[in-house]
Design a protein around this ligand. Structure first.
Ligand code: ADP
Ligand code: MG
Ligand code: ZN
Length: 494
């Protein structure tokens, strides 16, 4: 009998919410690169008698993300204590949510196999981050360290945990799902979504299912493993690929798997067992007596809903219909909201969508990389870019000249200054100087001119020959379109 092994994958994504202060105190959330233990206070250090106060902004950001994921915001939500001891957790419990999370039952659509696939979202809840342990070993790992330091700057930084149902069926789908969540939180301004810096962290749950190739009947459900410590999309994909092979091999040999938490070792490309998985019972969850239940007014939810920007997938669909651009180009243009807005503004000012898309995806992105600046701070405004692209359309500028003008604007010069500079650089071979040159070439070739005028030059070969002469005369410093335009104009004039 033919059997198939299929992975079943569910993700838990922690997103650092973009509030300025921590979730239960007024300490700064700016922990990256900060001197250790400066953004701390009695609350986030868990000192006796200190009382947490919930940050309203964090709740609002959580609702914003949850609504964009089509979740239901729960009218009543409660914070629980999740008890466990680890030195990065000074209270020996983490304030998190349990049976009454902020939001439940959402969905997200990912592209898979040429179509859209619906991934159900189980819940979105809020919690505090733990501190960071710094181990003394030179490679920074716990193994081989004789002591460790604790930095509590990150302790109490707000997180939203987004839990999916186990609806993902390949590492590629998992990757696509994470990329979508990242795009979404960035788009909403809810988080910077930076995986390398830890603002977006993924735990992947994976199990293998053995089915009959003939009937599709499930023959065996393998136990699942939860993989931690993946800090890039690539790492998630590799870790899942590894886990599929490992679990399938063991199950195929007839072994039994146990629920485990595993660690991804990126350098060696393997997962290793960390611990057997704790159940909820081990954490002794109970409602935090210091934080009363939160009742979320309908009016707050509705005002946040009304403030949501156009969602990325809806924008993509609109770009496809309105501008008839290829999907791959649309994905680049809509990766961030400000870039999409830049593109649309330029089109609104009259640039053709296709040309504008080409320029934004190449010249503008290159300029941003070179200048190390964001699109908001980009020296060439969308209006300027439109004013540059429209003349190309009309054949008044060659692409080469337009690029020169663009580069000059990148250096901070105005559009007018840049056009003047480009004209000067091309040896003044536009305007009257170029006209004179075209006239003199025509005058030197009366026979050819006569032949064209008699209508015998049907393939336009002779006209190209004349244009070639002008270009040679101009030593390439003229716009070919402009030369062609002048030639046919003067020929008609006789
Ligand atoms: P835990 O208590 O371990 O956090 P949850 O029920 O909250 O367990 O589920 C955590 C994640 O595990 C969810 O993303 C869910 O989709 C995923 N998951 C549940 N069942 C499976 C399974 N059989 N295989 C893979 N992932 C699963
Ligand atoms: Mg969980
Ligand atoms: Zn604090």
């Amino acid at each position: 009998m033919k059997v198939l092994w299929r992975p079943v994958i569910g993700l838990e994504i922690h997103v650092q919410l973009a509030s300025l202060s921590k979730i239960f105190c007024s300490c700064s959330t700016d922990y990256i690169g900060a001197e250790p233990n400066i953004h701390v206070c009695p609350v986030c250090l868990g000192l006796p008698g200190a009382l947490p106060v919930l940050n309203k902004r964090v709740v609002e950001l959580g609702i914003r993300a949850a609504l964009a994921l089509s979740c239901t915001i729960q009218n009543k939500t409660v914070f629980h204590r999740k008890n466990y001891f680890y030195p990065d957790l000074p209270k020996a419990y983490q304030i998190s949510q349990y049976d009454l999370p902020l939001a439940v039952e959402g969905e997200l659509f990912i592209s898979s196999g040429g179509g859209l696939k619906r991934i159900r979202i189980t819940r979105l809840h809020l919690e505090e981050d733990a501190g960071k342990l710094v181990h003394s070993a030179s490679d920074g790992r716990l193994e081989g360290s004789d002591h460790s330091f604790v930095d509590y700057n990150r302790g109490g930084v707000p997180l939203a945990e987004i839990v999916s149902e186990p609806d993902l069926s390949s590492p590629a789908e998992a990757r696509e799902y994470i990329a979508r969540i990242r795009q979404l939180v960035r788009h909403l301004g809810v988080s910077d979504g930076d995986m390398e810096r830890g603002s977006l962290r993924v735990d992947a749950n994976i199990s293998m299912k053995k089915t009959s190739g003939d009937t599709g009947e499930v023959l065996l459900w393998g136990e699942r493993a939860e993989i931690k410590n993946m800090n890039s999309l690539k790492a998630v994909e590799r870790a899942l690929d590894y886990e599929i092979r490992r679990q399938t091999n063991l199950l195929a040999e007839g072994q039994t798997l146990f629920r485990q938490t595993r660690h991804w070792n990126d350098a060696e490309g393997v997962t290793t067992a960390m611990r057997s998985k704790e159940g909820a019972d081990d954490y002794r969850y109970f409602p935090d007596p210091d934080i009363p239940p939160i009742f979320i007014p309908e009016s707050l939810t509705e005002s946040i809903r009304a403030s949501l920007p156009e969602l990325p997938w809806i924008r993509e669909e609109r770009f496809r219909k309105e501008y008839a651009l290829p999907l791959a180009d649309i994905e680049i243009l809509t990766e961030s909201l400000p870039l999409a807005e830049y593109f649309e503004e330029c089109v609104r000012k009259g640039a053709s969508p296709v040309r504008c898309s080409n320029w934004v995806r190449t010249e503008v992105l290159r300029g941003m990389r070179e200048k190390g600046c964001s699109i908001e701070a980009f020296p060439v405004s969308p209006e300027d870019l439109a004013e540059l692209l429209i003349p190309i359309e009309k054949g008044e500028f060659s692409t080469t000249v337009a690029r020169e003008v663009f580069n000059s604007m990148l250096e901070g010069r105005s559009l007018a200054e840049s056009i003047e500079a480009a004209d000067a650089a091309s040896g003044g071979l536009s305007g009257s100087a170029l006209e004179d040159m075209v006239r003199s070439v025509l005058a030197s070739q009366p026979d050819v001119a006569a032949e064209i005028l008699s209508g015998r030059d049907t393939a336009g070969k002779k006209e190209k020959f004349l244009a070639g002469l002008v270009m040679r005369e101009a030593r390439g410093q003229a716009d070919p379109k402009e030369v062609a335009r002048l030639l046919s104009l003067f020929l008609k004039e006789g």
